[in-house]
Design a protein around this ligand. Structure first.
Ligand code: HEM
Length: 550
């Protein structure tokens, strides 16, 4: 007690330690006034001098990031971004230093190939060792929001890499695995998961039990990703549940990462020893599930490295194991793991959102279904699948013009990613509409609002009209090509979605085979689904009853 007493500070007896405290105590009002004045000066600067100050936008957003953060955290950006552009026009200030736009010309200027800010050279060694310092000093076209996706204790993924050179090197070593040739060679794996799904659906149709597509379609896409890149399906379809809470733990992680990207210090608040200890000690199973999954994945990768492919056909995991690691050295377990995690995070929910978007539109527009089913049924007949009892392939399904048009239109109106894709303009800035925006500002589009741009898709851009993607002469074909070029469902430029081939194969196969086999109706005719946007715009509580057709 006596020892403790000597460390207690006696504020009545000024000394080396107590003097500054006494000074603060007696001048606290001066300090607070000073801070308030500084904040006021910053507000005045943002409102009247900061380069984007002339751009319209909500009043709060003109001097505080809170306006956007509240909307991101409450998961309503899918509505907010549309209302925003409806009210303020095509160029809107959504945070003091961030601008959202809907403008065809600016799209190319910001996202097009070769339009990035100064490229910065760095060796892999320096980049990995000095990662933290470099992030603070380098200029990158990708905004700092992307840093939030850096997973502690794991290798860096190309999605989280802001630096142009590192991104290019990391992406190019895996791009062959994502090519259409490679994906089609793995199509039997996708079919295996589809067959299991149809067997389950048939059971539900027979029993009349309602099912939640919001759960079942992710089971399908997560199992496909498992088949291709994790050495085998995880078993969501088979076990009819979110095995070991993997899917929900990914959703919790995404919610936090995407939203903390705009908060000062980003994921530091969660990735520090104190928070980690508290989560491990007191967190529920869902909060800790991802760590368990990583251990499971590490074992799978180690087994594959030790025992090889065996009788399995070549898959993406094999590609990741055989690719070259950093600086040409052999791949380490961590290199293959980060690519698997990348696909699981980026490729499963996104694809299920695409499939759900189409299923939702088929329910909302019942007049579409008979025509679509007639096209697909005819293809099954003409291609001999009916007698052979085989399934339509991606190549065959994607050649059906009406099916392709419906899928493209649904994914236009409900793109999987709906947050802003923030970038820094190139050196010298960029002109968007009447505004000159400096390279220090962040600018970006949300695929949700950009895909409804009337300048590109016409006055009925908000309507679901699949025929906009069909053509009957050269002129119309050119117009469709131009709309396709400016469609941002999969992003654009050097960061365009690397997995779009896989996504398209899954969506086309799933929809064609599903509508050939089943009819569906809403369990509650008044309610389609609930949307929650947290980087991905996900559909929940999509309850339906199935009826077998074939
Ligand atoms: C319908 C399905 C999908 C949609 C709509 C979609 C959409 C997108 C978009 C908009 C981006 C750009 C993000 C940005 O600019 O920051 C992106 C990037 C990415 N996507 Fe997809 N995606 C889908 C499926 C997939 C699949 C199946 C995979 C993996 C197998 C995948 C892996 C990735 C990766 C790794 C990136 C980062 C690319 C980079 O930074 O270079 N995506 N995706």
């Amino acid at each position: 007690m006596a020892i403790l007493g000597t460390f207690l500070i006696d504020l009545d007896r000024p000394g080396l330690f107590t003097a500054p405290i006494l000074f603060v105590k007696s001048n606290i009002h001066v300090l607070f006034t000073g801070l308030a004045l500084l904040y006021l000066a910053q507000i005045i600067y943002y409102l009247s001098l900061h380069p984007p100050h002339k751009i319209p936008g909500p009043f709060l957003a003109r001097f505080s990031g809170i306006w956007k953060n509240v909307r991101y955290f409450r998961s309503t950006w899918h509505n907010d971004v549309l209302e925003l552009h409806e009210e303020y026009g095509p160029v809107v200030r959504i945070a003091p230093n961030e601008v959202s736009f809907v403008d065809a010309k600016a799209l190319g200027a910001i996202y097009g190939h070769g339009t990035t800010a100064k490229k910065v050279r760095e060796t892999f060694h320096s980049s990995f060792v000095l990662y933290r310092q470099r992030m603070l000093t380098l200029r990158h076209p990708q905004s700092k929001w992307y840093r939030t996706w850096f997973i502690p204790d794991m290798q860096r993924s190309f999605f989280a890499s802001q630096d142009v050179m590192i991104h290019r090197a990391l992406r190019s070593r895996v791009s062959a695995a994502y090519s259409m040739t490679s994906i089609l060679a793995m199509e039997p794996y996708i079919q295996e998961v589809a067959d299991k799904t149809w067997a389950k659906f048939r059971g539900f149709a027979d029993s009349g039990q309602a099912i939640d597509f919001g759960e079942w379609i992710p089971y399908f896409t997560f199992d496909v990703v498992g088949q291709l890149s994790l050495g085998g399906e995880i078993g969501f379809v088979e076990q009819e549940e979110d095995v070991d809470d993997i899917i929900s733990s990914i959703h919790i992680g995404f919610y936090m990462m995407a939203n903390m990207g705009n908060v000062p210090l980003q994921m530091f608040w969660l990735n520090n020893s104190v928070t980690k200890f508290l989560v491990e000690r007191f967190g529920n199973a869902k909060l800790n599930a991802f760590q368990g999954f990583l251990k499971w994945l590490e074992q799978r990768v180690r087994d594959r490295m030790k025992y090889g492919l065996g009788t399995r056909r070549r898959d993406m995991l094999q590609h990741f194991i055989e690719m070259k690691g950093i600086q040409g050295r052999p791949t380490e377990v961590g290199d293959a793991m980060i690519e698997g995690v990348n696909i699981l995070g980026a490729g499963a929910d996104t694809t299920s959102i695409g499939i759900l978007a189409v299923l939702g539109d088929l329910i909302l527009h019942p007049e579409i279904m008979p025509r679509l089913q007639a096209e697909v049924d005819q293809a099954y007949k003409d291609l001999g699948h009916k007698e052979k009892q085989t399934e339509i392939s991606f190549k065959e399904a994607s050649a059906l013009p009406y099916l392709a048009a419906v899928i493209k239109e649904s994914m236009r109106l409900h793109p999987s990613i709906q947050y802003q894709l923030p970038r820094h303009p190139a050196e010298g800035g960029v002109v968007i509409g009447p505004y000159q925006i400096p390279s220090s500002a962040e600018v970006g589009i949300s695929p949700r609002s950009m895909n409804r741009c009337k300048e590109i898709f016409g006055p009925d851009a908000n309507e679901f009209r699949p025929s906009r993607w069909q053509f009957s002469n050269e002129k119309e074909e050119e117009a469709v090509k131009e709309m396709s070029r400016l469609l941002t469902t999969f992003g654009m430029g050097s960061r365009v979605c690397v997995g779009q081939n896989l996504a398209l194969v899954e969506v086309h196969k799933f929809i064609a085979q599903f509508i050939h086999k089943f009819d569906m109706k809403l369990a509650d005719p008044q309610k389609l689904w609930t949307t929650r946007t947290q980087w991905f715009s996900m559909q929940y509580d999509f309850n339906v009853r199935l009826e077998a057709r074939q």
